[in-house]
Design a binder for this molecule. Structure first.
Ligand code: CA2
Length: 154
């Protein structure tokens, strides 16, 4: 059974508590449940994490990289939060591991402030998605399932 990592960056532990007009009313626990259900449907194991610390996210990307090297990783979905727009360390970690990465944002970052328009993750990602609300997490996992060598092409 292959594993999917879902990584969440700074302040995403606050989901559902503030700014519902931007991020919706669902909590991070709700998002984890959604991801667990979608992973189960595809026969993936799930590793779901959140941290406010850049180094912790780098460490989880490295862990995903070790599974990737062993042929046991389906891919990773990362909502790096504000680190998306600042972190060369996260970019380097993804490049260094060669994992299949989906960059995800709950909001449509391109319809927001200009400082959210640039992403250090995008150049290291296989795909980028934003603006689907928290449903995007499930859609990203569906996308990873379609990318597997075993998937039937439409
Ligand atoms: O839209 C997204 O998912 C973001 O990655 C969220 C980040 C933001 O810095 C990115 O530009 C876009 C912020 C996450 C903060 O989450 C909160 C949730 C509820 C209340 C306060 C913050």
């Amino acid at each position: 059974m292959k594993t999917v990592f879902v990584l969440n960056g700074p302040n995403l532990n606050l989901l559902g508590t503030r700014e519902p007009a931007v991020y919706g009313a669902q909590t991070l626990a709700d998002v984890e449940k959604l991801c667990a259900d979608v992973c189960a449907r595809h026969g993936f194991a799930l590793r779901f994490h959140q941290s406010n610390h850049e180094g912790a996210l780098v460490d989880w990307i490295h862990e995903a990289g070790r599974l990737h090297a062993a042929g046991q990783l389906a891919g990773a979905v990362i909502n790096a939060g504000a680190y998306t727009h600042t972190s060369i360390a996260l970019h380097d970690a993804v490049k260094g591991t060669g994992i299949t990465l989906i960059e995800l944002h709950i909001s449509n970052v391109h319809a927001r402030e200009a400082f959210r328009h640039h992403s250090y993750m995008a150049a290291a990602a296989r795909a980028v998605m934003c603006g689907f609300g928290v449903a995007g997490y499930g859609l990203a996992i569906d996308g990873l399932a379609q990318m597997q060598p075993s998937a039937i092409s439409a």
